[in-house]
Ligand binder design. Structure first.
Ligand code: COA
Length: 160
């Protein structure tokens, strides 16, 4: 675990390498630094980082269009989980999305991802629908061994 305070700030295209490292430690199908930089360069995408000095501990990426916003991903490095970092990132993302004009924030979560489901429930997201067989699951050698449903969740954002 990292000691000292983690600070919340905007995620910048210059953070792409660090964000790719965090993402790679969190997901079976990691996003490259190039993909993340391209997303961050789009006007409809914004992100927040939790950082300690130059080191990224976690980040959230959101896309918005008009009144609707969507969490694209959120991840925290394994050594710094259960410190409230993801909760701060998601709450911060809700605030920013609202400032940018969104009235609702959606996300998808794998049905078998208990930590993420607990996080979103703690942040006030409610179930909206189910997408059967939405995610692939791989074994240690990368072979697809099954599929998992996605749950679509939403959180209404109070008007600015
Ligand atoms: C899901 C994830 C982002 C949570 O990050 P985190 O910084 O550890 O979460 P927080 O410390 O902010 O947790 C906030 C609340 O979420 C819930 N929660 C988070 N992780 C949990 C876990 N492993 N088990 C049970 N509840 C959990 C708890 O209610 C927690 O509050 P508490 O610690 O006061 O009980 C992190 O586990 C992660 O990066 N996982 C891999 C990537 C991923 O699955 N992302 C989500 C994709 S939809």
């Amino acid at each position: 675990m990292t000691t000292g305070e983690a600070a919340l700030r905007l995620l910048l295209p210059a953070d792409a390498d660090g964000a790719a490292e965090v993402h790679g430690a969190a997901f079976d199908e990691p996003w490259s630094a190039g993909e993340l930089a391209a997303m961050l360069a789009m006007p409809t995408t914004f992100g927040l980082a939790s950082a300690q000095g130059a080191r990224l501990l976690g980040f959230v990426l959101v896309r918005d269009s008009g009144a609707e916003a969507e969490v694209l991903t959120v991840a925290v490095v394994p050594a710094d989980r259960r410190r409230g970092i993801a909760r701060a990132l998601v709450e911060g993302a809700c605030g920013l999305a609202r400032q940018r004009g969104a009235t609702v924030l959606f996300l998808e979560v794998a049905e078998d991802n208990a930590p993420a489901r607990a996080l979103y429930a703690a942040c006030g997201f409610a179930p909206l629908s189910r997408r059967p067989g939405y995610y692939r699951r791989r074994d240690a050698r990368g072979r697809i061994v099954g599929v998992v449903d996605a749950l679509v969740l939403e959180r209404r954002l109070a008007s600015a």
